[in-house]
Design a protein around this ligand. Structure first.
Ligand SMILES: Cc1cc2nc3c(=O)[nH]c(=O)nc-3n(C[C@H](O)[C@H](O)[C@H](O)COP(=O)(O)O)c2cc1C
Length: 316
């Protein structure tokens, strides 16, 4: 079976500068979902700055699917249509963000307890699609506090012509911790009519193989944190040839990312904070990741940072 591999959205992390650097170095991905942007009323009229993460449409690399967050049907439809007019063929609706500030406002995973609101949102998005807007996909969790919530969401999903559904089998209340609920995934997967992708805690080839054996009917997989911890993970899954010495590519990725952020961000503090955020994952590509993280987290200037990174990237 040929597997479709999708890069997950990580808000604040997998932004345009990151994606450009990453995909110029690492392969194996078919698609990448951009971190969410807010759905807005009169989306054609807001400043381009609102869409800066997804403009211009990338000409190379995996297909980019913009993601929107919101709960108001008119804003969802308006933003989807604006995204469609930029040239995107699909828009993804975020029904999984667990942060209390988001969920409390009945957005992201907060909507999972309100299937009626999901239905109205999907009506508006699918109607926009029928009028020439982009196809609609959703990314969601099993529920906000209880996996039984999914049973009320399921008929709503199945009642709409969705391009795909990506299910991260955790609850909103779990945030990103605890085990993915694989038994629940197994229970609901065959009931979902749209093409289904699995997402959650795929960090090694062995993790992927275990999940693939358990869900042999799946052919689409989304990798998030694991793809930054090991940027060669998608290529490993696809069986692509990997370089014997991975350091030159890791070094090139790091340089490209650093230069990109230096040009994009204002001041050394922002630059170092952003790089440290990436290293919280990338450290796992090196021996003794905790030591790498400790070492980098204490640097205070770009000069100290460069010295520390040179040491890390030089080691076999
Ligand atoms: C820092 C961070 C930011 C995230 N931002 C988004 C987002 O913008 N949209 C979204 O659908 N999921 C978001 N997620 C969830 C991931 O896309 C993914 O579902 C989750 O990390 C589980 O997959 P993984 O174990 O492969 O990372 C975020 C996760 C993290 C850790």
């Amino acid at each position: 079976m040929t597997h479709k591999i999708i890069f997950a959205p990580l808000h604040g992390v997998t932004i345009r500068v990151f994606r450009d650097a990453y995909f110029s170095c690492f392969g194996g991905f078919d698609e990448v979902v951009a971190p969410f942007i807010a759905a807005v009323r009169d989306a054609h009229e807001v400043r381009d700055n609102h869409y800066k993460d997804i403009l211009p449409v990338p000409k190379t690399g995996p297909t980019l699917v913009p993601q929107i967050m919101g709960n108001e049907p008119q804003s969802l439809a308006s933003t989807a249509l604006a995204i469609g007019s930029m040239g995107y063929r699909e828009v993804n609706w975020n029904l999984g963000c667990p942060y209390p500030m988001v969920a409390r406002k009945k957005r992201g995973a907060g909507l999972l307890q309100h299937p009626d609101m999901i239905a109205r949102g999907l009506d508006a998005l699918c109607d926009a699609h029928a009028r020439g807007g982009p196809a609609v996909s959703v990314k969601l969790r099993l529920g906000m506090v209880d996996a039984a919530e999914f049973d009320s969401v399921l008929p709503v999903l199945n009642g709409h012509p969705l391009a795909s559904v990506t299910l991260h089998p955790r609850l909103g209340s779990q945030m990103y911790d605890g085990q993915p609920m694989l038994d629940e995934f197994e229970r609901v997967a065959p009931l979902i009519k749209a093409s289904l992708s699995y997402n959650g805690d795929i960090r090694t080839l062995a993790d992927f193989e275990r999940l693939q054996q358990r869900f042999p009917y799946l052919s689409s997989w989304m990798l998030g944190r694991g793809a930054i911890m090991d940027p060669f993970l998608a290529a490993r899954i696809k069986g692509l040839t990997l370089p014997e010495d991975k350091r030159p590519l890791l070094r090139h990725f790091h340089e490209t990312l650093y230069d990109g952020y230096e040009a994009y961000l204002h001041g050394p503090k922002h630059l170092l904070d952003k790089m440290k955020e990436v290293w919280a994952y990338l450290a796992y590509s090196f021996p003794e990741p905790q030591r790498v993280i400790r070492e980098l987290y204490k640097v205070k200037s770009p000069r100290e940072y460069r010295v520390a990174v040179a040491g890390i990237l030089a080691k076999p």
